[in-house]
Design a protein around this ligand. Structure first.
Ligand SMILES: Cc1cc2nc3c(=O)[nH]c(=O)nc-3n(C[C@H](O)[C@H](O)[C@H](O)COP(=O)(O)O)c2cc1C
Length: 223
């Protein structure tokens, strides 16, 4: 019988998000799982959908959270879902439930995700899930919500890492260290990413006639 997997997307950008690109690639590669994908921001806005989401999570064999990093932590709706699941009397199935987190952030270095990943792990352990590993990457905007298979060179490390992870999870194992390491490797040089990022910010500012205001500090107090 197929096992149940739930993919929780923690980005408000939903199908246009890097969180979705990464999570969707992982579930596509899973074998012997029926997968349900839930948009946390949408589900949390309606009591019936919230209840259904919690029910799906409580019944799943594998729960995958794919989320962006917001202010060195997780988006508030993701934390709300953690609270809802952890605070209720969970009806747990009498088999292990694995919990995996995929995090992506805007800065080039993966380490910015460390605190949020620890939050995910603590949640999993306290809510009675089996922590099956966390995959984190920087440079999330380089993927920019494109299907990972079409993200070329910038998606290569994530594709390799998620394929390794899917293989292990399909066998009921945890995410291997090699996958975690591969996911964390910058797919392009940090200097190149920063250069492209700066150019993109300047272009966006120009569209609003703000090209010369990028360093403005309107709330700075007089020195
Ligand atoms: C409100 C907000 C806060 C953010 N905070 C951080 C942060 O603290 N560190 C970081 O590296 N990136 C931060 N980012 C950038 C996102 O993590 C990054 O753009 C990510 O790729 C978005 O993923 P998504 O497409 O799945 O939403 C922030 C973005 C937003 C909108």
């Amino acid at each position: 019988m197929a096992r149940q997997a739930v993919l929780l997307i923690g980005s408000p950008r939903w199908l246009r998000s890097t969180s979705y690109s990464l999570g969707a690639y992982l579930i596509e590669k899973l074998e012997h799982f029926d997968c349900e994908t839930i948009h946390i921001h949408k589900a949390i806005s309606d009591p019936k959908m919230t209840q259904d989401m919690v029910r799906s999570v409580n019944a799943a064999d594998l729960i995958i959270l794919s989320s962006p990093l917001y202010v060195d932590a997780l988006p508030a709706p993701v934390l709300r879902v953690f609270e809802l699941i952890a605070s209720g009397q969970r009806e747990k199935p009498d088999r292990p439930q694995q919990f995996v987190a995929i995090l992506n952030c805007g800065f080039p270095e993966t380490k910015h995700n460390n605190t949020a990943m620890r939050i995910c792990r603590l949640f999993a352990e306290r809510a009675g899930f089996m922590w099956a590993g966390g995959l984190a990457m920087g440079m999330g905007p380089a993927i920019d919500g494109r299907p990972l298979a079409k993200a070329g060179r910038v998606g290569k490390n994530a594709r390799d890492a998620l394929s390794l992870a899917a293989d292990a999870l399909s066998k009921g194992q945890s995410v291997p260290e090699e996958a975690i390491k591969r996911m964390a490797e910058p797919p392009i040089p940090i200097r190149l990413y920063t250069m492209i990022g700066n150019r993109t910010w300047k272009k966006m500012a120009s569209q609003y006639g703000m090209a010369d205001k990028l360093k403005a500090r309107p709330f700075a107090t007089a020195e």
